[in-house]
Design a protein around this ligand. Sequence first.
Ligand SMILES: Nc1ncnc2c1ncn2[C@@H]1O[C@H](COP(=O)(O)OP(=O)(O)OP(=O)(O)O)[C@@H](O)[C@H]1O
Ligand SMILES: [Mg+2]
Length: 208
Amino acid sequence: MEAPHHQHPAPAPQAPHGDDRAPETPAHGGTRQEVTVTVPTAEGMRALGVRLAGLLRAGDLVMLTGELGAGKTTLTRGLGEGLGVRGAVTSPTFVIARVHPSLTDGPPLVHVDAYRLGGGLEEMEDLDLDVSLPESVVVVEWGEGKVEELTEDRLRVLISRTIGAEAGAAEDARAAAGDEAGAAEDVRTVTLVGVGERWAGEDLASSV
Ligand SMILES: Nc1ncnc2c1ncn2[C@@H]1O[C@H](COP(=O)(O)OP(=O)(O)OP(=O)(O)O)[C@@H](O)[C@H]1O
Ligand SMILES: [Mg+2]
């Protein structure tokens, strides 16, 4: 059995609909879609990143939301792998942003950890990244309220630790997949929200 895909909104804690966790209602009328998937292991999170990378192109902004240790960097590692960029994606301790050039002729991956980015976008522009953001895929951890001005379109990725009945279902999925390495506390719920025209025509569900 494969991990269940929920087309309907997730339960309240994860639901990005209409609450103040998702203030940016699209300006252009309902061009917003979302899909939720259960990710039982860290390896599954990396693999999800690889698949999502197939959707990404220059100019895209991906915003990762989730508590400390949720798996944002793990997902980004998969994005980097899928995009075919140079250098290991890590959690930067002393740098706010790191540029990973493409190993082919694709866009570079700009990985931003905005946790300590107090001033938001202006500060980011001061980073002297040596690449043009519209020609890059920009992935931001902890970017809420800081980098939205970059573009109206964005792919939001909300990662949460699964609780209650969902954890049980995910555990079943993990066991059915023969994965003995994981544990119930490893299970994550990932909700993808495509905001804006850019994402209106993309089939997010087919990539999760
Ligand atoms: N299902 C899962 N998905 C992602 N990571 C998982 C999962 N299960 C366990 N893990 C582990 O949880 C940790 C996630 O760390 P990661 O650095 O990716 O989180 P983060 O959200 O980037 O944290 P931070 O907010 O500190 O940047 C890793 O050690 C990873 O192996
Ligand atoms: Mg991180």
